[in-house]
Write a protein that binds this ligand. Structure first.
Ligand SMILES: C[S@@+](CC[C@H](N)C(=O)[O-])C[C@H]1O[C@@H](n2cnc3c(N)ncnc32)[C@H](O)[C@@H]1O
Length: 496
């Protein structure tokens, strides 16, 4: 197909998401005394295959004391990342269009962290070998690798659907977007014919419906690369072992929360083999959960340990965001509501040290904090040292993101100088903040910007028919935002 590089899609750019899994400080929290980085101190971070580079640029803005590097083979992606760095005056971010092997041959520092999100299972065997060689050459002893990738058996039923769509797209007419549309239509026709594959795998129809709702840039990169290899955890572990890398923790707090619940089931299924072989135990975990994406933290041999100093926490959500029940990973949880609510309420007045936060809560405190982490409602807070510098660089990037929202619905996060990470925000919320900082009525500002662009937000998934209703809808949203989101964004320093 035209426009493919080593079989990798370049004709259509990737999406502009923020991936919270790439944030260094939650990784450090997960690793405790084995973490290669310490709050507030300098470190070197590299992201391979960074896509549009939004997450990387945001992390560079939120951690000006650290240095960030990254590569992506798509020149448009690199130009976008470079534009963010230049626009926000980020002097600690350096990006390259070189592929993994050529990038490894350049002059780079020994990294504390190398991160790859959505890359390992989207490239071929040669590129995976190049990634391992990169890690072998450029990761410090004791350094950390984050990998987010498609995993088996979670994807097993859907592999033939992707083969079908790729085969259809290869034979289609026009540009990649048209051929993707044609391949989805092909899958729909087979479903309508009650093809045996769809009959015997009923969840494939649900997956196909979900694909029909996704934007073409996401579909192009997710499903239409020549290389698309969901992998078993044990195969990944085997590939990384020659570089001295072993699994140290699951990257997502929700998965770590679930770990405890699955421990006994894994031992019941796998017996002493699972007790003796942690990689086998992980494989059993993937069969038990049937999840389709893993987020792993691997550590390289040869590092040291140090005592973890008192941690501080910041709220990412308002107490009113707290549910009584949730399913943050694959199993439902009962939220220890009163204790968790008390923690979020206390954090509304600013970050607090963990011991001080938990002192009034007796036994329920640690569990409530673990649950809030699993629900992504709290994040580690950085020391006050360096806050002024972090505020400056975050302020520059955030101003650029608010300005971008006038024309675009993308890059859905702001940088927080308090956590050294990101906080999710949608386009309308960004327009509210832009109005607020211009001294205008925020709801009116959002309304006028969107009406001028000929766009209206949806209500209950349906378009709003009149300008008057659109105005009322935005006034309602502003009201909720001002009570529940704005105080959190202010505490996080994401709003000046
Ligand atoms: C599925 S996308 C994920 C992008 C990004 N990490 C994210 O999650 O938003 C995979 C990315 O890997 C990049 N890529 C593919 N092969 C590469 C190579 N050999 N060297 C560097 N980047 C590569 C692609 O251009 C693409 O941006």
């Amino acid at each position: 197909m035209r426009g493919w590089t080593d079989g990798y899609v370049t004709e259509i750019g990737y999406t502009y998401g923020f991936h919270a899994e790439l944030q260094p400080w939650p990784m450090a929290d997960a690793l405790g005394q084995r973490s290669p980085i310490r709050p507030g101190l300098p470190f070197d971070y590299c992201e391979l295959g960074f896509g549009q580079g939004f997450s990387l640029a945001l992390l560079a803005a939120a951690n000006p004391q650290a240095r960030f590097w990254g590569n992506d083979i798509n020149p448009d992606h690199v130009a976008h990342a470079r534009g963010l760095a230049e626009g926000a005056g980020l002097t600690n971010l350096s990006v390259s269009t070189l592929g993994f092997a050529d990038y490894a041959a350049t002059d780079l520092p020994a990294f504390d962290i190398v991160a790859l999100h959505g890359v390992w299972s989207w490239v071929g065997p040669q590129q995976r070998a190049e990634i391992v060689a990169f890690l072998d050459r450029h990761l410090k002893p004791g350094g950390l690798v984050y990998l987010g990738y498609n995993v088996l058996p979670g994807w097993a039923q859907y592999l033939p659907l992707r083969e079908l769509m790729l085969a259809g797209a290869r034979r289609g007419q026009g540009g990649l977007a048209d051929r993707i549309g044609g391949s989805l239509a092909l899958a729909q026709r087979l479903r309508a014919q009650e093809a045996g594959y769809f009959r015997i795998n009923p969840t494939v129809a649900t997956r196909l419906d979900a694909l029909l709702d996704r934007p073409v840039d996401y579909l192009a990169h997710e499903y239409f690369n020549e290389s698309w290899h969901p992998t078993y955890f044990t195969d990944l572990a085997q590939a990384l072992a020659p570089a001295g890398l072993r699994l140290a923790a699951q990257g997502r707090a929700a998965d770590r929360w679930e770990e405890e619940a699955l421990r006994e089931a894994i031992l019941t299924a796998g017996g002493s083999a699972a007790a003796d072989d942690p990689d086998f135990a992980e494989l059993l975990r993937d069969f038990l959960t049937n999840r389709s994406f893993r987020r792993d933290l691997f550590i390289r041999a040869g590092g040291g340990t140090w005592p973890v100093t008192a941690r501080s926490w910041a709220a990412l959500g308002h107490p009113r965001d707290l549910p009584r029940r949730a399913t943050p990973a694959t199993r439902p949880m009962e939220v220890p509501f009163d204790a968790a609510h008390a923690i979020l309420t206390a954090l509304l007045s600013g970050p607090q040290r963990e011991d001080e936060l938990l002192a009034p809560l007796a036994q329920q405190g640690p569990e409530a904090l673990a649950v809030l982490k699993a629900l992504d409602l709290v994040a580690p807070a950085l020391p006050a040292d360096g806050l002024a510098q972090r505020r400056e660089s975050c302020g520059r990037l955030n101003a650029l993101l608010l300005a971008d929202a006038v024309a675009n619905d993308r890059m859905p996060a702001l940088a927080s100088p308090v956590t050294g990470g990101g906080v999710a925000i949608d386009r309308v919320e960004k327009l509210f903040l832009a109005g607020l900082s211009a001294g205008a009525d925020p709801a009116l500002h959002a309304f006028e910007t969107l009406e001028t662009a000929g766009q209206r937000v949806l209500r209950d998934g349906k378009p709003i028919t009149t300008a008057q209703r659109h105005k009322a809808e935005l006034a309602d949203r502003w009201d909720t935002f001002a009570r529940r989101r704005l105080p959190v964004l202010q505490v996080l320093g994401a709003v000046p």
